[in-house]
Design a protein around this ligand. Structure first.
Ligand SMILES: *Cc1c(COP(=O)(O)O)cnc(C)c1O
Length: 524
C-alpha cells in the first residue's frame, strides 16, 4: 500500500466540515501519516546485514533461536526519518505554545537545566559505579535533598520515587510501617476528599487501606467538620491536596492536621500543586507528615512527552525512621549511599526500597539547577506569578464561562470553570476540541469530579501577558460558540490530522495489534 492510498481517508475529510479533501489526506503542512505497517514492508530494511551464518558465526542461542522470519516492516533510512518526524509534528509540546493542562504545571523547561543534565559526569553515571567515582553526582542528590527539605520545612526526604503516584505509595507505605511499629496495624481507613486526584484513592487501596470519601463544602474546600467527625481508632490517616484540585488553598489544613494527630493518624499531603506555594508556604508548618514533590511539575523538569518523572517524598520527624532506602549522607568529606536499615541512625525502621537504585539522576540535576538559578527570591516569585496568571485567566473569563468558586476569593495557580452556561447539547468536550483548532492543547477536562464538566486551566508563571491574552481570546471565542449553539463545534477539531475519535472505545477496547501484521502471519 502506498503512502498516498493509505493517507487518503474519506471518512476523515467528510467529518471535517469545511475542510476540502485533498488527494494526499495532508492538510497543507500538516502531513498525514499512516502506520509503519502500512508504509513499510518486510522486504525492506535501512541497513545491509551480511548473513551471520554465511560469515561462519555459530548459533549460541540454543532452543531460543528464531527460525521463522520476524515479520517486522522495514523502511529505508529517509523513509524512517520522515515517518517519525511526521509523527512528532502531530504532538503538541510546551516548546510550541501555552499548555493549559490543569494540575500538571506544564511550565517552560529552562535550557540551562538541560545543559547541566547533559554533562557527562551526570548523564553517563552508572548506578553501580563505585561510590568514590561518583562523588559529584551524590553531592547533587545531597544538595537537592537539602533544598527540598528546607523549602518544605520537613525533616528528611526520600529521593528515589519515580513520579508523584509512586511518591504517594512511598508515603502511605511509611505510614503503614509507622502504624505497624506502634502495634496499630488495625487502623485500615484512609480519608480522601472527593476532589482528590484519582491516584490518591488508588494508592491507599493498593497499600491495603480502605478509602472513605470526605465531602467538599460549597466553596470548594474540604469539609473540615465532616473530616474531624470521622476520625477515630480505625483511621490511619488522611490524604489532602494543598492547594487543592479546585485551585484553592486548604486554609484549615493546620486544624485538620492537629485533629488527625490527636486521633492517632498521619497526614499525607499531595504536593503536586506545590508550584502555587513554593517559597511562600512550608507544608511542614501545616502539620504534614509526608508529601511528594513532582520535580517534573514544580521544578521544571520536562514531562508530558513520556519522559521520566521524579517524585521525592519529604517526611516529618514522626515518619522519618520509616522512610525507604537509600539515602545519600555526608560523612566527613565523603558522600556515602546508606543502603542498609541498620546503617543510618535515622532510618532504623525503613520499610524497604521503592526502586532498585537511587532515582532519576537527570531530573535531580535539572531540578537542582532550577532551584539554584532561581534562588529563594526567584522561587517565591514563581509561586506569586503562577497565582497571578491563574487569577488573570479566571477574572478575564468569568464573564463568559461559569466559574463556580470565583466568589470564594482569589484562586491559587489554576482557574476552574464549569459547563453550566453552555447551550443545551454542548459540553466541555466540545470546548476542548474547539481549542485544538485554535492551536492550543486543551485544558484538563472533567477533573476534579466535584465540578460538573470541569475545565481546569493552569497557565503557570512562564507565560507572558501576551500569551495569556491570546489564550483567553481563543477560549472565549470557543466558549461563545458553545453558548450560541454553533453546530460546527460538535465536529471539531477540523484542522487536526484526525477529527473526533471515539475515545471511550479507544480506551475500553484498544486495538494494539495491527490485524494484517506480517508478524501475525509469521506466527501462524
Ligand atoms: C500529577 C498529579 C499526581 C500524580 O503525579 P505523577 O507524577 O503524574 O504520578 C497526583 N496528584 C495530583 C493532584 C497531580 O496533579
Amino acid at each position: 500500500m502506498s503512502i498516498n492510498q493509505s493517507g487518503w481517508r474519506p471518512e476523515m475529510t467528510a467529518s471535517s466540515g469545511t475542510a476540502a479533501p485533498t488527494f494526499t489526506g495532508n492538510k497543507a503542512l500538516m502531513l498525514d501519516e499512516a502506520l509503519i505497517f502500512e508504509i513499510g514492508s518486510t522486504e525492506t530494511t535501512g541497513v545491509d546485514f551480511a548473513d551471520a551464518v554465511e560469515l561462519g558465526a555459530s548459533n549460541r542461542l540454543g532452543g531460543l533461536f528464531r527460525e521463522a522470519a520476524i515479520g517486522l516492516p522495514g523502511l529505508a533510512e529517509p523513509e524512517a526519518v520522515r515517518h517519525y518526524t511526521r509523527l512528532s509534528r502531530q504532538n503538541y509540546a510546551i516548546d510550541l505554545g501555552l499548555f493549559p493542562l490543569g494540575s500538571c504545571t506544564m511550565k517552560h523547561n529552562p535550557r540551562l537545566n538541560e545543559k547541566m543534565a547533559r554533562l557527562p559526569g551526570f548523564s553517563d553515571v552508572h548506578p553501580l559505579a563505585p561510590v568514590d567515582t561518583v562523588q559529584g553526582a551524590l553531592e547533587v542528590i545531597h544538595q537537592l535533598s537539602h533544598w527540598l527539605v528546607t523549602l518544605t520545612g520537613m525533616t528528611s526526604v526520600a529521593m528515589s520515587p519515580k513520579a508523584g503516584a509512586h511518591g504517594e505509595l512511598c508515603g502511605i507505605l511509611a505510614i503503614r510501617a509507622a502504624l505497624e511499629k506502634r502495634g496499630e496495624g488495625t487502623r485500615k481507613v484512609i480519608l480522601v476528599p472527593e476532589s482528590a486526584h484519582g491516584t490518591n484513592p488508588a494508592t491507599a487501596a493498593f497499600a491495603g487501606f480502605k478509602v472513605e470519601d470526605i465531602p467538599a463544602t460549597a466553596d470548594g474546600r474540604v469539609d473540615t467538620a465532616a473530616l474531624i467527625a470521622r476520625l477515630g481508632p480505625d483511621v490511619a490517616g488522611v490524604m489532602i491536596t494543598n492547594p487543592n484540585t479546585c485551585g484553592l488553598f486548604e486554609r484549615d489544613l493546620r486544624t485538620i492536621s492537629d485533629a488527625v494527630h490527636a486521633a492517632g493518624g498521619y497526614v499525607y499531603c499531595d504536593g503536586a500543586n506545590f508550584n502555587a506555594i513554593v517559597g511562600r508556604v512550608r507544608p511542614g508548618d501545616l502539620g504534614v507528615d509526608a508529601m511528594h514533590i513532582n520535580l517534573h511539575k514544580t521544578f521544571s523538569t520536562p514531562h508530558g512527552g513520556g519522559g521520566p518523572g521524579s517524585g521525592p517524598v519529604v517526611f516529618s520527624d514522626a515518619l522519618t525512621p520509616f522512610a525507604p532506602l537509600p539515602f545519600v549522607e555526608k560523612q566527613g568529606d565523603q558522600f556515602v549511599l546508606v543502603e542498609e536499615e541498620t546503617a543510618g541512625e535515622h532510618h532504623a525502621g525503613s520499610f524497604g526500597r521503592m526502586v532498585a537504585f537511587h532515582g532519576q539522576m537527570g531530573m535531580f540535576t535539572r531540578a537542582l539547577t532550577y532551584i539554584l538559578s532561581h534562588g529563594a527570591d526567584g522561587l517565591r516569585q514563581v509561586a506569586e506569578d503562577a497565582v497571578l496568571n491563574a487569577n488573570y485567566v479566571l477574572r478575564s473569563l468569568a464573564d463568559t464561562l461559569d466559574a463556580p468558586f470565583a466568589g470564594s476569593g482569589p484562586c491559587m495557580h489554576e482557574a476552574i470553570f464549569s459547563d453550566a452556561n453552555l447551550a443545551d447539547g454542548f459540553s466541555t468536550l466540545d470546548v476542548a476540541k474547539g481549542l485544538i483548532d485554535e492551536g492550543f492543547h486543551p485544558m484538563t477536562v472533567y477533573f476534579p469530579l466535584v465540578v460538573h464538566g470541569a475545565m481546569l486551566v493552569e497557565p503557570t508563571e512562564t507565560e507572558s501577558k501576551a500569551a495569556l491574552d491570546q489564550f483567553i481570546g481563543a477560549l472565549r471565542s470557543v466558549a461563545e460558540r458553545a453558548k450560541a449553539g454553533d453546530a460546527s463545534l460538535k465536529s471539531a477539531p477540523h484542522f487536526a490530522p484526525r477529527s473526533r475519535l471515539d475515545e471511550t472505545l479507544a480506551a475500553r477496547k484498544p486495538v494494539l495489534v495491527w490485524k494484517d501484521a506480517p508478524l501475525a502471519e509469521a506466527a501462524e
